[in-house]
Design a protein. Structure first.
Length: 273
């Protein structure tokens, strides 16, 4: 069991609140932060400080003495570039600088949108090519590369959780492939925090879904396997699709279709991809 405090950014968000409850129940000492107030009672062993991750001094202070930084802060959906660049690029840099100074591990909430323009017929390993489906996904790809840099250059351990769709239940056919239950998420983050060594790791954040598009990753390093599955929802969701041909072609779904202006490529075109 880690004895050093754990810093959680984005604590007031949906996933941050789930992690706060689960990790506090495991006895971890939590420092919570978000730009928004924390809406729930603060658990025993936790404290909350309202701060902006673009404030590098604030992040350095919050990280003092921490052994792990769970970075779940920032813009969490597709937004214009100018809205993404501050929290998701500059904020990420502040997190990694704090981790470097404290000798802390970073657990980064990456996203399937870093690889969203891979087609659904593909089955991907964690070392697949980045194909972001928007500015949000681009920032997540950048975040994974920053983890690579800080591991290679400074020895900062980091685990990049390429989260699929983490909701109470899957809500459409796509999520039969991408769903990550809250319970599996919390167990995954706990194992990332407690693992003896991780190096630079990438793990698909998805439950044990038979329709998955994703396979090999570094989960063996932390001793995690998902316990839940979207398969039990297949009967009610298998036909629930968007009707948008771009969204249904690519793994990133609706994010790929946002502001999509490319002429549909012909299968006979050698440059179709």
């Amino acid at each position: 069991m880690t004895t050093r405090p754990v810093l959680l950014t984005g604590a007031s968000g949906a996933l941050g609140r789930q992690l706060t409850r689960a990790l506090a129940a495991e006895g971890l000492t939590l420092r919570l932060t978000d730009i928004a107030p924390f809406p729930d009672p603060i658990p025993e062993g936790a404290s909350f400080t309202r701060a902006d991750i673009e404030d590098g001094v604030a992040i350095l202070r919050l990280a003092e003495g921490c052994g792990t930084i769970l970075h779940f802060g920032g813009v969490s959906v597709e937004r214009p570039f100018e809205e993404v660049i501050g929290p998701n690029i500059r904020g990420l840099y502040h997190v990694y600088e704090a981790a470097r100074r404290e000798g802390a591990r970073v657990v980064f909430a990456s996203s399937n949108h870093a690889i969203g323009f891979h087609e659904r017929e593909e089955t991907l390993d964690a070392d697949c090519q980045f194909r972001p489906d928007g500015y949000y996904g681009l920032a997540k790809a950048y975040g994974e590369l920053m983890g690579r840099l800080y591991w290679d250059k400074h020895g900062v351990e980091n685990v990049n959780l390429r989260i699929g769709s983490s909701f109470p239940e899957p809500i459409d056919a796509r999520m039969l492939s991408t769903w990550l239950s809250y319970a599996d998420l919390c167990r995954l983050v706990l194992r990332c925090t407690l693992a003896e060594r991780t190096g630079h790791a990438v793990i698909w954040g998805a439950s044990d879904n038979s329709r998955t598009w994703w396979r090999r990753d570094h989960r063996g390093r932390i001793g995690w396997a998902p316990a839940d599955t979207a398969d039990v929802f297949a009967g009610q969701l298998a036909g629930k699709v968007s009707g948008n041909p771009v969204a249904e072609r690519y793994q990133g779904g609706g994010f790929c279709a946002m502001e999509y202006s490319r002429k549909a490529p012909s299968p006979s075109d050698p440059l179709a991809d």
